[in-house]
Design a protein around this ligand. Structure first.
Ligand SMILES: Cc1cc2nc3c(=O)[nH]c(=O)nc-3n(C[C@H](O)[C@H](O)[C@H](O)COP(=O)(O)OP(=O)(O)OC[C@H]3O[C@@H](n4cnc5c(N)ncnc54)[C@H](O)[C@@H]3O)c2cc1C
Length: 328
């Protein structure tokens, strides 16, 4: 009888693992079932700022493989299905069909957690207002597009990390007035030395971005449910569109349901074979904390994709270590 690999998350880490396992195991040897809560698979989140900026013309250009294409390769992809819990003793996951509302349990022999990360959303007053959002998915990019189409002209990006800067560039390209508000005294202050960070600041200003450094956001002014300004310690900044680009946190809450221990960076701790401390449960991509876990880094797309061959080999019964990617 076929063993069953269940995967939580149908993007970079999850689908690269599914594809790799399918290359070495037939359906008769190992079923691969993927639960993905959105309606898409294998999309390049890294390209979202370029979609917003119009450099990438269509959302379809960011989709490497659709659910139908994966199914044609023998991967049982179930989109709009959210895994809500893991029952380690019964070797099952609890799944909610987001279309019908039906909840059911699905058995696994091996389980891979590839649930990614979510952007941090501080409890600032007004953060739920229309016009305040994060850029994490194709649906978020579509919302930004609608806001621009309905007349948004003043954009504020909160956070001058690399994604914030990419979004700012994209919105500038679309002709919006763009302000970047950053609590630290330099853009990309978490990763660049001061001299380089100030070069980045100079380039941003020269490009036409209104850069407000050392400025802490305190909330949002909201009129009739829509954002009209970002409130800061230095006063309000008018806005029709606000993109929050702060740190991300791994979607690793499975631990509360007794799945596996967390590493210092908040992801599920795995060894160099991507095994968690719970037998038959694996984790990869931004949901995981592979060694060396210095409590600082959450991996990027490189980690998620390059772990793929290791997962194939190890889940399929082999032995391959993940040595990290450059910079980690
Ligand atoms: C705007 C933006 C720009 C980026 N730019 C870069 C870049 O330039 N370079 C770089 O290296 N990285 C970049 N990244 C990060 C990169 O996209 C991620 O590192 C990579 O996507 C991680 O892959 P993953 O599979 O671990 O997680 P994700 O791609 O986040 O996939 C996780 C999937 O799991 C699904 N999921 C979560 N919980 C559940 C659940 N309970 N049940 C079912 N499904 C669930 C989610 O819907 C999602 O599809 C960027 C990210 C963003 C958002």
């Amino acid at each position: 009888m076929a063993r069953r690999l269940v995967i939580i998350g149908g993007d970079a880490a999850g689908m690269s693992a599914a594809t790799q396992v399918r290359r070495t195991k037939t359906v008769a040897e190992m079923e691969v079932v993927v639960f993905e809560r959105s309606s898409r698979t294998s999309y390049a989140a890294c390209g979202l700022p370029y979609l917003v900026g119009g450099f990438v013309k269509s959302p379809d250009s960011l989709i490497a493989r659709t659910p139908e294409q994966h199914r044609a390769k023998g991967i049982d992809v179930r989109t709009r299905h959210e895994v809500t819990a893991i029952d380690v003793r019964a070797s099952t996951v609890a799944v909610r069909d987001l279309n019908s509302g039906r909840v059911f349990a699905e058995h696994y022999d091996e389980l891979l957690i590839g649930s990614g990360a979510s952007g941090i959303s501080p409890q600032w007053p007004g953060i739920d207002a229309k016009g305040v959002l994060q850029l994490r998915t194709l649906d978020d990019a579509a919302t930004i597009e609608q806001l621009i189409a309905s007349g948004a002209r003043r954009a504020v990006v909160v956070g001058a990390g690399y994604i914030g800067l990419e979004v700012a560039e994209g919105l500038l390209e679309r002709g919006l007035h763009v302000t970047v508000v950053e609590r630290l005294d330099a853009p990309m202050g978490a990763v660049l030395d001061a001299d380089m960070a100030m070069d980045v600041a100079g380039a941003m200003t020269a490009a036409g971005i209104d850069l407000r450094l050392g400025t802490a956001v305190t909330g949002f002014t909201v009129v009739s449910g829509r954002v009209t300004a970002v409130e800061t310690a230095a006063g309000p900044v008018e806005a029709d569109l606000v993109v929050i680009g702060l740190r991300v946190r791994p979607n690793a809450g499975w631990r509360e349901r007794q799945a596996s221990a967390l590493g210092d960076s908040g992801g599920i701790r795995v060894d160099d074979h991507l095994r968690t401390d719970t037998p038959h449960i694996w984790a990869a991509g931004t949901a995981s904390s592979p060694p060396p876990d210095d409590g600082r880094a959450i991996g990027g797309a490189d980690d998620a994709y390059r772990q793929g061959p290791r997962r194939r080999t190890n889940i399929a019964g082999g032995d391959a270590a993940f040595g990290g990617v450059p910079g980690r």
